[in-house]
Design a protein around this ligand. Structure first.
Ligand code: CA
Length: 428
């Protein structure tokens, strides 16, 4: 069965999965969970359950997968996907295909197994979902034209919002891998230098302009050797999958520090990553064209075919004692630079990629006001307070605020969901 056959809308699992659930049998995203009894394990999400891949391996369901070699079962009893990623695409595909086969409504092998099904399936609510990879490196791109235009207009000059390089290369900076945390981890309001408007000298204190950034990240599965660029037609071969990413940002720290070398302490105090990585294979039905690129990029950034993906994104804010308000709904499809272009550019000088690297898109904003993926843009740097469902407003985040990002692609009644990533702000 080809990878595409696993996406067929007619496939059904023997597990009861509600219509429009994020995790039908066509999705099968990978992640890592932990319980006190089992320790950390690799898993696939199916409906409201996690499917314990270590259990499947122990019961022999992967015994004939030559791609896994001697790696199993220990590769499935890890605190990150990294070792599994290093096995390569044939192994990722073989495991996803076997899991799909085992979950099909007409396959009794796991369903009717006296012990394995009970042991392998746990409710998601009964386990802790961990950070899916131990990020080897983290790079943050700046690939939404609307976001870059909005920020350029606010921080610099509305008439020349995009700097001259922006339409020629996917602008990015190297971020901080150590402070990427699992969804649900509280986010401490950072302290730092800031220059109040009109002030002669900076002060040091809690950020007053704490913000979220709605981003999609991709996880590198297959690394490269130092000195070896990646031809753009091979770029997607290095991508394992995509996950939601919130790149928390302190705008007051950022705007004071970023000239001339770019983001630093306004960014590296924390980023939140979603627990589930949706494979590129699961997203194949949603491949689509991106925006027209004018001027034409240099040859090493030129692609043939569709390298964007139609994924609906959502950012929501929930105050400590209030209901949720959805703030923005942009689409990943509108990103100017594709992931293939980002990766090929990243490796074009010979920089080596590593399994487990996280490359984030940059804030994703669309052209409409309700498609802006940060409070900086939604409140236009604090000048237009954003109304919330509880009657209050926000320019930037308050202590107790929870930001939740969600995403899904949907076609023919099948939803390929990304789950969610959330974090709550606190001060100490
Ligand atoms: Ca960012």
């Amino acid at each position: 069965m080809s990878a595409n056959a696993l996406n067929a809308p007619g496939l059904r699992a023997w597990i009861d999965i509600p219509f429009q659930h994020d995790f039908p049998i066509q999705n099968l995203p990978f992640g890592v969970f932990e319980t006190a009894e089992r320790g950390p394990r690799l898993a696939v999400a199916i409906g409201d359950y996690v499917l314990d891949l270590y259990v499947l391996s122990q019961f022999g369901f992967f015994d004939d997968l030559a791609e896994l070699g001697a790696a199993q079962p220990r590769v499935f009893r890890r605190r990150s996907l990294n070792a599994f990623l290093r096995l390569g695409r044939p192994a990722w595909r073989a495991v996803r295909q076997r899991v799909s086969e085992l979950l099909r409504h007409d396959n009794p092998d796991l369903r009717d197994h006296p012990d394995a099904a009970r042991d392998a399936l746990l409710r998601q609510r009964d386990v802790a979902l961990l950070r899916p990879v131990k990020p080897a490196n983290y790079t943050d791109f700046y690939s939404s034209r609307e976001h870059a235009t909005n920020v350029g207009a606010m921080f610099r000059d509305p008439a020349n919002a995009l700097l001259p390089n922006w339409l020629h290369l996917p602008v990015a900076y190297h971020g901080r891998a150590s402070s990427i945390v699992a969804s649900g981890t509280p986010i401490r309001r950072p302290r730092g230098q800031q220059l109040a408007p009109g002030a002669a000298a900076p002060t040091f204190g809690p950020s007053q302009q704490l913000d979220f950034e709605l981003e999609m990240a991709f996880v590198v599965g297959t690394g490269t050797a130092l000195g070896k660029p990646v031809p753009i037609e091979e770029a997607e071969e290095h991508i394992f999958g995509l996950c939601l990413f919130n790149d928390w940002s302190a705008r007051d720290l950022q705007s004071w520090e970023y000239v001339p070398l770019g983001p630093f302490l306004g960014k590296n105090f924390g980023s939140s990553v979603a627990p589930w990585v949706v494979t590129l294979d699961a997203l194949e039905p949603f491949r689509t064209a991106g925006p027209a690129q004018e001027p034409t990029p240099l040859p090493y950034l030129q692609t043939v075919g569709d390298h964007h993906f139609a994924i609906q994104l959502e950012a929501a804010l929930t105050p400590a004692d209030g209901p949720e308000t959805v703030l923005a709904r942009p689409n990943f499809q509108g990103l100017y630079w594709s992931m293939a272009q980002q990766l090929a550019h990243h490796a074009s000088n010979g920089c080596n990629l590593e399994a487990g690297d996280i490359y984030a898109s940059g804030t994703i904003s669309g052209p409409a006001p309700d498609e802006r993926g940060s409070l900086l843009e939604l409140s236009w740097r604090g000048t237009e307070p954003v109304p919330l469902a509880d009657g209050t407003t926000r320019t930037f985040l308050l202590d107790g605020d929870t930001v939740t990002l969600r995403a899904y692609a949907e076609k023919d009644g099948v939803r390929i969901g990304f789950g969610e990533v959330s974090g709550t702000i606190f001060s100490e």
